[in-house]
Ligand binder design. Structure first.
Ligand code: OAD
Length: 318
């Protein structure tokens, strides 16, 4: 009966009484979310990140038309762009992946303002966990502590031999990548692969171990720079409590469910639905979003200081 009532409430653009009881934001907009933080209503913020968070560090994203990685793989003669990250393709032909890694490897690992903002959330005691799809280790470089980070698609931080499983560190892999050879194990001669998750591989056990409890506890979800196109990562937005506000900071609105997601019981983000009571989209770059949040929360000075930490001029954060 409630479902039927909600259906008609949506169609007739009426507020839903049950949604009203779940609403914790005074206003369902950026200012409302900032007030919710300022008023101390959230203590367990979960952040989710994608490639858009690192583009200002010089690393391209995947799906932006023109500049995204998947639009620029023509010379590799791949069956489809995603094959470069497909484990069965890699097993047969690892060369395109390492060619690409050489091109993509940032000359210096300098975190963005948005990465610093995640660190600031941690320093404020608000960050429960940062789930990232990025493999660039910029969260670590920004000083977010290991315990707060879940690298859902793995990381370049470590690598393993695909034969004997010998472990190699980031510098070793970087040297190999720039030597233009496919990295081979010093013990057994098999290919060494960075510990990033390829299509066809499982996400790290740490992801599955933490996700359940973290998202149950989450009282504010902030999503930075991702198209929410890849599962199971994208489904995290559905796993927070119904009362949890969800703020997307991205160049475009995303996260609305497609037919397949609906069939899997996912509802995604609902910005434009008349029954929306908790989803807010802030459209722009992650860095500008982080600066806007810091301004609204009175944290500008601290963000500036963090940005200046590794020698950058403090004004760069403003
Ligand atoms: P995508 O390239 O799919 O999405 C990046 C999103 O960030 C897009 O919505 C862009 O509009 C937005 N964007 C780009 N620059 C931005 C900026 N400076 N500020 C704010 N938004 C910006 O990248 P992901 O969602 O991270 O997986 O992709 C998810 C996964 O797909 C990756 O982890 C990778 C890929 O296949 C694997 O390889 C397993």
């Amino acid at each position: 009966m409630e479902k039927i009532r909600q259906f008609f409430a949506q169609k007739l653009n009426l507020g839903s009484a049950s949604n009203e009881s779940l609403k914790v934001l005074e206003t369902v907009d950026f200012d409302g979310v900032m007030k919710y933080i300022r008023d101390g209503c959230c203590k367990s913020v979960v952040t989710m990140a994608g490639a858009g968070m690192s583009t200002s560090a010089g690393i391209p994203d995947f799906r932006s038309p023109g500049s995204g990685l998947y639009d620029n793989l023509g010379k590799y003669d791949l069956p489809r762009p995603e094959a470069v990250f497909d484990i069965s393709f890699f097993e047969k032909n690892p060369q395109p992946f390492f060619d690409l890694a050489r091109q993509l490897y940032p000359s210096e690992l300098k975190p963005t303002i948005c990465h610093r903002f995640i660190r600031l959330l941690e320093q404020k005691g608000l960050l429960l966990r940062h789930y990232t799809q990025n493999i660039d280790t910029l969260e670590r470089a920004a000083g977010v502590s290991d315990e707060r980070i879940v690298e859902a698609h793995g990381t370049f931080h470590t690598s393993h031999c695909t034969g004997c499983r010998q472990r190699y560190d980031q510098q070793w892999m970087k040297d190999q990548i720039f030597s233009e050879d496919v990295p081979k194990c010093e013990s057994c001669g098999a290919v060494v692969k960075p510990d990033i998750v390829f299509f066809g591989e499982n996400l790290p056990s740490r992801f599955f171990r933490l996700v359940q409890d973290d998202l149950k506890k989450c009282d504010l979800l902030i999503i930075f720079g991702t198209s929410l196109a890849v599962q199971p990562f994208a489904s995290l937005v559905d796993r927070v409590p119904d009362t949890c506000p969800r703020l997307l900071v991205n160049k475009e609105k995303c996260g609305r469910p497609n037919l397949l997601m609906r069939m899997m019981g996912q509802s995604g983000l609902e910005f434009d639905s008349s029954s929306n009571y908790r989803d807010v989209a802030w459209l722009g770059t992650c860095d500008d979003g982080a600066v806007a949040m810091a301004a609204a929360l009175g944290w500008q000075e601290e963000l500036r200081r963090l940005q200046g930490e590794d020698g950058a001029r403090p004004e760069e954060a403003a």
